[in-house]
Design a protein around this ligand. Structure first.
Ligand SMILES: [Zn+2]
Length: 421
């Protein structure tokens, strides 16, 4: 299958993913082979791959509440037969929550709802989302700047679960499921051996891997790399990423998988080397870096997650929460510390002035420390909040990642609401 022009520009880095989102927003169907399509509605929603079999359709993922109906309509323009099986590649909402729309359609038609298959840990994840519903709604809302966001819970649980691998034969099609850990601990990638088609789930997302997210549960950089190597060894002719357009051609698929693995392997290797020598987290964070040439690849740009967050995640996986600074083991309340430092400096306003100067000089990391001390030492000062809002605007501007920008933006808004202007 020929790649279209927009794809070529995405591949060579001259088009942004936003342009692709615009192009697919009505529900775009990519024909993968005669019996396989992939449906896209926006970069921000997981792709839905559909396999036509003699027993009915098999869907890999389901989209999310605001895109599921459009996705199903696109599927129906291609094939009107019943949906036999749904595979969740993992338990994130943009992959699972469209099941409601699929089930409703089955109910309307008076036919059985499809069977849902997923990795065992999807069950645990769906329960965890219920236990942490308030928190999860807050952090998701902050990350994507959706005010008053409520995380959708109550998705239908899988009917069948598996642990390591699962071989399915549905209506004459062989479908192999492999479990790996990466962004999540419940992930599946789907391999169609007779078609040499791979649906990677979110192991491939046309961006630097989202494996360091600061406000989410533990993620798995080394395992993610291993899963990508396993996929590379399958030598797919077509790679259907969890997000973004389908990649045709064995060479391109291999390159995308290999580059993704390499950037993660490199971060893990450097971090472990320093940990094994006894370095503290602070030293590691400022010493480890991802190869520039890999981060410059159009499909590995750190626009969502940040390699520095990944280093923290690797540390956390092997070392727990203690960062090697003894003052952080049993810290004083931050208000006491800020009060002491403010008094030593000659007042919280002095700290704020210095924070402002540092931020203006581009030293935003240091500026953030000082303005937070100033704000904590003198929380009622509207003038300090005015500076704080400005400092965090500069911090946000200095970030490349959506997550980094979003978190600074949360505190900028807080400061703005408490400020004198
Ligand atoms: Zn996703």
């Amino acid at each position: 299958m020929e790649q279209d022009q927009l794809f070529e520009r995405l591949w060579n880095g001259t088009a942004a993913m936003e342009e692709w989102t615009q192009a697919v927003s009505d529900g775009a169907v990519t024909s993968v082979s005669e019996n396989i399509i992939s449906v896209h509605t926006t970069y921000l929603c997981g792709s839905v791959t559909v396999i036509r079999t003699a027993a009915g359709l098999v869907c890999v993922d389901t989209a999310k509440p605001d895109t599921a109906a459009k996705t199903l309509a696109a599927i129906r323009r291609w094939d009107n037969s019943s949906i036999h099986t749904v595979i969740y590649t993992h338990g994130h909402v943009d992959h699972t929550s469209g099941i409601k729309v699929i089930d409703q359609e089955a109910d309307t038609r008076g036919i059985p709802r499809p069977r849902v298959i997923a990795h065992r840990n999807v069950l645990r994840r769906l329960s965890r989302y219920e236990a942490t519903h308030g928190f999860n709604s807050i952090v998701q809302g902050q990350q994507f700047n959706y005010p008053d966001y409520v995380y959708p819970i109550g998705q239908r649980r899988p009917d069948e679960i598996y642990d390591d691998t699962l071989s399915l034969a549905i209506g004459g099609e062989r479908i192999e499921l492999f479990h790996g850990r990466g962004e999540t601990d419940d992930a599946t990638f789907v391999w169609l051996p007779e078609r040499r088609v791979l649906a990677s789930g979110d192991f491939v997302i046309w961006m630097f891997p989202n494996v360091g997210n600061p406000r989410k549960v533990q993620r798995y950089a080394a395992d993610w790399a291993a899963a990508l190597r396993q996929m590379q060894a399958l030598r797919p002719d077509v790679l259907i990423p969890g997000h973004g357009p389908v990649v045709f051609g064995r060479e391109r698929a291999a390159q995308m998988l290999s580059d993704g693995a390499e950037v993660l392997e490199c971060l893990v290797r450097q971090t472990l080397e320093l940990m094994n020598k006894g370095s503290a987290l602070d030293a590691i964070l400022h010493a480890v870096s991802a190869p520039r040439e890999l981060l410059a690849k159009p499909y590995l740009l750190p626009k969502y997650d940040d390699p520095e967050f990944v280093v923290r995640g690797i540390w956390h996986l092997y070392a727990g929460w203690f960062d090697g600074n003894p003052a952080h083991l049993k810290p004083a309340p931050s208000a006491e510390l800020a009060g002491e430092i403010g008094a030593l400096a000659g007042g919280a306003a002095v700290l704020a002035d210095r924070a402002k100067a540092l931020a203006e000089a581009g030293r935003t990391r240091l500026a953030a420390h000082l303005i937070e001390l100033a704000s904590t030492a003198s929380p009622a000062s509207a003038d300090i909040q005015t500076v704080r809002a400005k400092v965090y605007a500069q911090c946000a501007a200095a970030e490349t990642s959506l997550i980094g920008k979003a978190i600074f933006e949360v505190y900028r808004r807080d400061a703005k609401a408490r400020s004198s202007t």
